[in-house]
Design a protein around this ligand. Structure first.
Ligand code: IVH
Length: 649
C-alpha cells in the first residue's frame, strides 16, 4: 500500500462505517471491512508520520486517564420542561402562540441516554464534553472518539457545537447485561445508566466495546444561516450524523397529538429507548423571541410518554435490612421486560403498604416503571387468585441477626448496631458514588470481604493488601490491584463526601455539604446551637449528628487520619506564584495523596490536567512515573520532582 492507496483506504473505511452505523444500511461484509482495516493498520505502523486524524484506527486511544478534567461549554446546555398530557400541551401551545401566531413545530424523539456536547473546529472534533451542570461538564474526548456515529471530521469548517444524546440500543443493552451477570458484575438498571456509565470510563477501550450511539438533537454555538430548525438539523444529518427514527414539522395541536400517538405506538420497534417526544418551535427567529427561563427554553417542551405497566407474578416477598436498621419488604417478581430494562424486584415500602394493598406471594400484579424510579406494584389482580396465595406476616425478629424488631411509626427497625446486614450495608454505602466513590466495591465484593472476615468495619478497608485480597475467590492480581488503587484514591476526598459516607441518619449529601461549608475541619466539635443556626438543619438532624459524633468519635478521628479529607477551599484570588495560571500534570506516586496535591495547586491558581500536551507548563512527577513523564520530556515540558516543586514555592 502506498500513501495514495492508504488515503483512499481510509476514505473507503469511513464511508463503509457511515453506511453501517449512521445510515443503518451496510454496503460491505464484515470480512471485507476487517481486511482493509488491517491493511490500514499495517501501513500506519510503518508510516507514523502519515497517519490521518480521521483514520478509523484513531478512534481507540490506549491512554487510560486518571480522572476527568472539567471543561466549559461554549454556550449553555439547557434542560427541557416536561408535560404529561394533552391539556398541558394545549396550555404550552397557547403561551407559544401568544408570542407569535405563525409558528410551526419540529417534533423528534426524546432519547433516554446521556447528553453530550461535541465541539468541532476547522472541521475536526476537538472536544467531547458531558452536560455536567449545563455550563461546565467533563472532558471525555478520548471516549467520544470511540463512538462510531460521531464523525471525527466534518465538512463544516466553522466553529460549531453539536449537541445530542448518547444512547445504547436495546439489544446491545441486553447483551452487556448478560455478559455482566456471567462475570459476576451487577447488571445496569436501564440503558440510560449503561450509556452514562460507559461514557465515563477512564479506560476508553471499555467505552469502545459498548457500541454507544450518538443522536444529535441540536446545536450550541454556530454560524449556520438556516432560518428553520428543521433545515439546521437536515444540514447536521448531512454532515454525517444519524437521523432520528421519526421526525416531522407539524402545524398545531392536532398534528402534534397525531405525531405523539404515532411515536408512542411505534417506539417498541425502534432500536433505542425513548421516554417522550420533544416539540420545538421550528422558526429560529421565534425561538430567539421566546427565549429561556433560568433552566429551560420557552420554545421547546418534552411531551413524556406515560409510564409503562406490565403484568407479572409475585414469586416471593423478602426482607431487606438497610444500614440504618430499617426492614423493608421487597417483592421478587417473575422477570419482566419493561422498556428495555428487566425488572425482577419491586419496592413495597413497608408493611402498612402490603396490608393496605393485600399483596400476597403468588399474586398476579401490575407493576409500573416510570423513568428511573424503582418499579412499584400498582394493583393486585385479586380476581385471578386460586387460593394458593400466601399472606406475609409482619416480622417480629430481624431476618439477619434474629434480634427483636422495634416498630417506629410505619417503619420496623433492627436495633442491633452489629447486625451483619447493617454493617455490610454501611460499608457498601461508605463506598458508593455519592460517598467515597470507591470503584469496584459494590454489594457482592463487600459481602465477600465481610463473609471471609477480612472487613468487619470501614476501617478494615484500609488494612487490605495484595496478599489478603489474593486469598479471595475470583481475585487475580489485576482485580486486586484495581481495588487497592480505588481505595487509595479515596484519600484526599472532599470533606462533605467523608461526612456523607459516615451514614449518619438524616444527614445526607446536602446536609453534609452545608456542615462542611460552615465548619470545615472543625466539624467534629460543634454545638447544637451552631448546627441549628445553619439554614436547612433542623433539631432532629442536629441531634442525630451530635449523637453519632459522640458515640463514634474515635472511629471518625481514625478515619479522618487515614483519609485526610479536604475541606472546601475559600477560593480567594491566589497570590502571585510560579504556578498561578499554569497548566500542570501530576504523575507517579507522591509523598501525599495526589488529590491533595491537586487541591493545593488549584488553590495556587494552577489548572491541573490529566494528560500531557503541548499546552502543559509543568509535569510534576513522583516515583514510578511512566508514559506521561516520557511524553513530557519529548514535548519539552518542564519536569519537576516533588522537592523541586516545593523549592519553587
Ligand atoms: S433539546 C434547548 N432534544 O433531554 C433544549 N433534548 O430533559 C435542550 N434529550 O438535557 C434539549 N432527546 O439530554 C433535546 N430530542 C431532544 C432530546 C433531548 C433527549 C435530553 C437532553 C436534555 C434532556 C432534558
Amino acid at each position: 500500500m502506498n500513501k495514495q492507496e492508504y488515503k483512499q483506504a481510509v476514505e473507503k473505511l469511513n464511508l463503509w462505517a457511515y453506511h453501517y452505523y449512521v445510515l443503518d444500511d451496510p454496503i460491505m461484509t464484515d470480512e471485507e471491512y476487517d481486511k482493509l482495516y488491517k491493511e490500514v493498520e499495517e501501513y500506519e505502523a510503518a508510516h507514523h508520520g502519515d497517519i490521518l486524524k480521521d483514520s478509523p484506527t484513531q478512534r481507540v486511544g490506549d491512554v487510560v486517564s486518571e480522572g476527568f478534567v472539567k471543561a466549559k461549554h461554549l454556550s449553555r446546555m439547557w434542560s427541557l420542561e416536561d408535560i404529561f398530557n394533552a391539556q398541558e400541551l394545549q396550555k404550552w401551545l397557547e403561551k407559544a402562540y401568544r408570542l407569535d401566531k405563525n409558528i410551526t413545530f419540529y417534533c423528534e424523539p426524546k432519547y433516554d441516554g446521556a447528553s453530550l456536547n461535541l465541539i468541532y473546529e476547522n472541521g475536526e472534533l476537538q472536544q467531547g464534553i458531558t452536560r455536567g451542570d449545563g455550563t461546565v461538564g467533563e472532558l471525555i474526548t478520548q471516549n467520544v472518539k470511540t463512538i462510531k456515529t460521531v464523525p471525527l471530521s466534518i465538512e463544516h469548517k466553522e466553529l460549531i457545537e453539536i449537541r445530542g444524546e448518547v444512547v445504547i440500543f436495546k439489544d446491545e443493552f441486553e447483551k452487556i447485561n448478560k455478559e455482566r451477570l456471567k462475570n459476576g458484575e451487577p447488571p445496569f438498571a436501564n440503558p440510560r445508566n449503561a450509556a452514562a456509565g460507559s461514557l465515563r470510563q477512564l479506560d476508553p477501550s471499555i467505552t469502545a466495546k459498548r457500541n454507544l450511539v450518538f443522536l444529535p438533537y441540536g446545536v450550541g454555538i454556530n454560524t449556520l444561516p438556516h432560518k428553520l430548525l428543521s433545515d439546521k438539523m437536515a444540514y447536521i444529518y448531512d454532515l454525517g450524523f444519524r437521523k432520528p427514527p421519526l421526525r416531522a414539522v407539524t402545524k398545531g395541536y392536532d398534528e402534534i397529538e397525531a405525531m405523539y400517538e404515532r411515536m408512542k405506538e411505534e417506539r417498541e420497534s425502534y432500536p433505542m429507548m425513548l421516554d417522550g417526544m420533544v416539540v420545538k418551535v421550528n422558526e429560529i427567529a421565534a425561538q430567539i423571541d421566546m427565549g429561556y427561563t433560568v433552566k429551560v427554553p420557552r420554545w421547546a417542551v418534552a411531551y413524556k410518554f406515560p409510564a409503562v405497566e406490565k403484568i407479572t407474578r409475585v414469586k416471593d416477598i423478602i426482607l431487606q435490612v438497610g444500614r440504618t436498621g430499617v426492614v423493608t419488604p421487597v417483592a421478587i417478581v417473575e422477570p419482566t421486560e419493561i422498556e428495555g430494562a428487566v425488572v425482577e424486584r419491586a419496592t413495597l415500602h413497608n408493611f402498612d403498604e402490603i396490608e393496605r394493598m393485600d399483596i400476597r406471594i403468588g399474586d398476579k400484579v401490575i407493576i409500573l416503571r416510570s423513568g428511573d424510579v424503582i418499579p412499584k406494584i400498582v394493583k393486585v389482580l385479586v380476581h385471578e387468585r386460586n387460593g394458593s396465595e400466601v399472606k406475609v406476616e409482619r416480622p417480629k425478629n430481624c431476618p439477619v441477626c434474629g434480634s427483636e424488631l422495634l416498630q417506629e411509626d410505619v417503619l420496623i427497625k433492627c436495633q442491633n448496631l452489629t447486625c451483619e446486614a447493617r454493617v455490610v450495608n454501611s460499608i457498601i454505602y461508605f463506598a458508593s458514588k455519592q460517598c467515597l466513590n470507591i470503584d469496584g466495591l459494590g454489594n457482592k465484593i463487600v459481602e465477600q470481604l465481610f463473609n471471609v472476615g477480612l472487613v468487619k468495619s470501614v476501617l478494615d478497608l484500609f488494612d487490605l493488601n495484595m496478599e489478603k485480597l489474593l486469598q479471595l475467590e475470583g481475585f487475580k492480581e489485576k482485580k486486586a490491584r484495581n481495588l487497592l488503587n480505588a481505595i487509595e484514591r479515596a484519600k484526599g476526598c472532599e470533606l462533605w463526601r467523608f461526612i456523607n459516607a459516615l451514614g449518619i441518619e438524616h444527614i445526607g449529601e446536602v446536609a453534609s455539604k452545608m456542615i462542611t461549608e460552615a465548619f470545615g475541619l472543625g466539624y467534629l466539635h460543634v454545638t447544637q446551637e451552631q448546627l441549628i443556626a445553619i439554614d436547612g438543619i433542623g433539631e432532629e438532624m442536629a441531634e442525630s449528628y451530635l449523637e453519632f459524633m459522640r458515640v463514634n468519635e474515635e472511629t471518625v478521628v481514625k478515619l479522618q487520619e487515614i483519609l485526610q479529607p479536604v475541606p472546601p477551599s475559600k477560593r480567594e484570588e491566589a497570590k502571585e506564584n510560579p504556578f498561578k495560571g499554569k497548566t500542570v500534570v501530576l504523575t507517579g506516586t507522591m509523598s501525599e495523596p495526589r488529590p491533595l496535591i491537586k487541591e493545593k495547586l488549584e488553590a495556587l491558581g494552577a489548572k491541573v490536567s490529566g494528560s500531557v500536551s503541548k499546552k502543559t507548563d509543568y509535569l510534576i512527577y513522583g516515583e514510578d512515573a511512566g508514559s506521561k513523564y516520557d511524553k513530557a520530556v519529548s514535548l519539552g515540558v518542564i519536569t519537576l520532582n516533588e522537592e523541586e516543586m516545593k523549592n519553587l514555592l
